[in-house]
Design a protein around this ligand. Structure first.
Ligand code: GLY
Length: 348
């Protein structure tokens, strides 16, 4: 049986991990505050969209290593931003109608009650990091377009081509099939590219001490009109965090979320006592009530997808979708994919 660690043994054990972790968090909100695992009364909780299984594991590992909640959440979603295989986020995200990748992101830091966001950011792979820099270093909340890029470059980010072979090929196929009478010959649409895609990753983290942060990042709707900004960078829509209550975020059709301020509304539902999944469902009911007939099927159900994810200050979490869906969560024990609550069954 091993006894309590001496101070020297504890410093030696953490020294093995600290140098590896510290440089991995650029512009950290605060230095790591390591706590020996045996001293955690309860474990942190991280919840994300279904593409965030690696994100929740990374964020959880960083929280256990003593990282701040926003640093942990941003480092988590950066995995998807940098992954060329995820065509809904960051590098490799599907471009706008002109073939230009324009990225949106926002974040909130519960402990300091600050917010940051960027919209229509071009040629920078990790907009979530840039949103965190707006939050941390400026008197502003939301930077867009050329100004957002110049701001990122001033902090040492480098401009890069965000198109991959896959995203360029997808855009070229979409353009070819756009109009049967134009000068581009139609090509087989096996990937159903004519239907625009939404993607996005949202991630929310809470520590047992009740500190909370949230982040959402996306390349937005594929083939969007240049300049279109979705819900992800809108504070109160793409995500919202109140350190007294909880955090919530969204993926899916941004226009439908913006109209109900879904991130904010979900946190307000939790403030009035709803559990996270119920709060998400209640927000989705508001979305349906606010939906124009052109976007509803003959039974009054939305023809689009929209999801909300939420965590409260006690570490309870949940998610809801319009139709059966999935999300990622680390509940303090393991990271895994779970089923969402939902409003409607698919089909008739
Ligand atoms: N929810 C992502 C977007 O609509 O841009």
């Amino acid at each position: 049986m091993s006894g309590p660690l001496s101070r020297r043994e504890f410093l030696a054990s953490t020294a093995a991990t600290l140098p590896l972790l510290a440089p991995a968090i650029p512009h950290a909100m605060r230095p790591l505050r390591p706590l020996p695992p045996s001293r955690w009364a309860a474990k942190p909780v991280v919840v994300a969209s279904a593409n965030g299984l690696r994100a929740v594991q990374k964020a959880f590992d960083l929280l256990i290593a003593g990282a701040d909640t926003l640093d942990a959440a941003v480092e988590g979603v950066k995995i998807q931003e940098l992954d060329p295989e995820d065509d809904s986020v960051g590098y490799g995200g599907l471009p706008n109608a002109d073939g230009v990748v324009q990225l949106d992101a926002s974040c909130m830091h519960g402990p300091t009650r600050r917010a940051g966001a960027v919209g229509c950011l071009e040629n920078i792979k990790t907009p979530s990091e840039v949103a965190k820099l707006v939050l941390k270093y400026t008197n502003h909340i939301f930077l867009v377009g050329e100004g957002a890029k110049r701001f990122a470059l001033s902090y040492g980010f480098t401009e890069e081509d965000l198109m991959t072979a896959h995203s360029r090929d997808a855009w070229l196929r979409w353009r070819a099939n756009l109009n049967p009478t134009d000068n581009f010959l139609d090509v087989p649409d096996t990937e159903r590219l004519t239907t625009p895609k939404t993607g996005t990753i949202n991630c929310n983290a809470v520590t047992p001490q009740g500190d909370i942060s949230s982040v959402t990042t996306t390349s937005g709707l594929s083939w969007k009109i240049p300049g279109r900004v979705g819900d992800s960078p809108i504070i109160g829509a793409g995500q919202y965090c109140d350190n007294d209550v909880g955090a919530a975020g969204s993926t899916g059709r941004g226009e439908s979320n913006i109209k109900v301020c879904g991130g904010f509304l979900t946190v307000e539902h939790m403030r009035r006592g709803m559990k996270p999944a119920d709060a998400c469902l209640e927000t989705l009911k508001r979305v349906v009530a606010a939906t124009e007939p052109r976007l509803l099927d003959e039974r009054g159900r939305p023809r689009f997808g929209l999801s909300f994810y939420a965590v409260n200050k006690r570490g309870e979490f949940g998610a809801a979708t319009l139709y059966p869906g999935r999300y990622a969560a680390h509940d303090g024990t393991a990271a895994r994919i779970r089923d969402t609550a939902y409003l409607y069954q698919r089909g008739n």
